[in-house]
Design a protein around this ligand. Structure first.
Ligand SMILES: Nc1ncnc2c1ncn2[C@@H]1O[C@H](COP(=O)(O)OP(=O)(O)OP(=O)(O)O)[C@@H](O)[C@H]1O
Length: 346
């Protein structure tokens, strides 16, 4: 465990009140940690602040902002053993979501204080570090469309509206995917190379259950033939993500690889961790187990479950007697038993 940490705070991330967020963070962390606070500005990036903190021998860096801030700090930490804590305050918070890091400040702070580490892979692309995913085609259009003003106004909905708009104009391009052992030519509308991706990154869900510490990217190719099949493919991917089954449609393909080069005709925009970085061709390499992230104690593939409040609820644990929900209403201590049972049956 560490006794000090450097908080790298983006005051303009997301839609919440940043002053209030910061005072809440301080309230939860300062009694336990010697906390140094650094603010990003338009000129001073999270990356620069992270480098300087490492030079001062910081024990832990806490990134607080959107995926952009987290990604920049992660890129710097990849060269060290210093762990990354995350207090997500952006719109999508995809990295935190994928790692089950709580979205509310109090629980995110508790997670950091818990200090449990999980080592994950990172990607390299055009000299940049990739924490989440790279998208060619629709994914890139999505990010460009969900601009700052729309994100401020609509939050997460900005991405959905943008996705809907983009699906209306799916454009097919010719793509060549070169891995260590294959050259694949295909007509596609979207190609996503994922290192880490939550279920909400729909276009990355071809293989479903993206593995973040196997040293391999999960690549999804979507090649719908018309608008209707584009919508059906997206829905199928959402189902794949929920059920953690690989996609089973002819217009969706997927593979795993450590290295990939993607060339397209015509050239397509490329988005890396939420930022447009240029056009194809791109080359990506997965660097195994490069970053230590502080995750919740219970990080696992456990499925989230919420049953409390359902009428007539009865839960039978396979390892103990059944618990009748009606009893729990009379005796609050039974709620602990109920919750314990969830864990046992999982
Ligand atoms: N003080 C600041 N003033 C203006 N821009 C800033 C400031 N600090 C950081 N930025 C910019 O914020 C961007 C990173 O934002 P980040 O991804 O953390 O949050 P977000 O955009 O709200 O999140 P999301 O992408 O989930 O919506 C970078 O482009 C960075 O230049």
């Amino acid at each position: 465990m560490f006794s000090s940490a450097c908080l790298i705070f983006n005051p303009v991330a997301g839609q919440s009140d940043s002053e209030q967020d910061l005072s809440e963070i301080k309230r939860h962390l300062e009694p336990h940690l010697n906390l140094e606070i650094q603010f990003t500005t338009e000129e001073i990036s999270a990356q620069q602040l992270a480098r300087e903190a490492l030079e001062r021998n910081a024990e832990c860096l806490i990134a607080s902002g959107g995926d952009g801030t987290v990604s920049q700090v992660a890129g710097v930490l990849a060269e060290s053993d210093v762990p990354l804590g995350i207090i997500a305050r952006g719109t999508a918070n995809a990295f935190a979501n994928a790692l089950n890091i709580p979205q509310n400040i109090e629980d995110a702070c508790k997670t950091i204080l818990g200090g449990k580490r999980r080592v994950v892979d990172l990607g390299k692309c055009a000299g940049k570090t990739m924490t989440l995913l790279a998208g060619v085609g629709v994914e890139a259009e999505l990010v460009e469309d969900a601009d700052r003003e729309a994100k401020d106004r609509l939050g997460m909905l900005a991405y959905f509206f943008s996705a809907f708009k983009q699906l209306q104009k799916f454009e097919i391009f010719q793509a060549t995917l070169e891995t260590d052992d294959q050259i694949i030519e295909v007509d596609a509308a979207a190609i996503t190379v994922a290192n880490v991706a939550p279920a909400s990154s729909i276009l990355a869900q071809g293989p479903a259950g993206i593995v973040m510490d196997d040293g391999l990217f999960d690549v999804t190719i979507i090649a719908p033939t018309n608008r209707r099949s584009a919508v059906a493919a997206s829905y199928h991917l959402l189902q794949s993500a929920i059920h953690e089954d690989g996609a089973e449609r002819d217009d969706i393909g997927y593979l795993r690889t450590q290295r990939i080069k993607i060339t397209t005709h015509p050239p397509q925009k490329v988005v890396l961790d939420g930022e447009i970085i240029g056009e194809t061709p791109i080359e990506l390499e997965c660097i195994p187990r490069k970053l230590a992230v502080i995750v919740p104690d219970k990080f696992s593939s456990e499925q989230p479950q919420k049953l409390e409040g359902l009428p007539g609820l009865k839960i039978q644990s396979k390892s103990s007697e059944s618990v009748d929900k009606s009893q729990t209403e009379k005796n609050e201590s039974n709620i602990d038993v109920l919750i314990l049972d969830y864990r046992i049956t999982d």
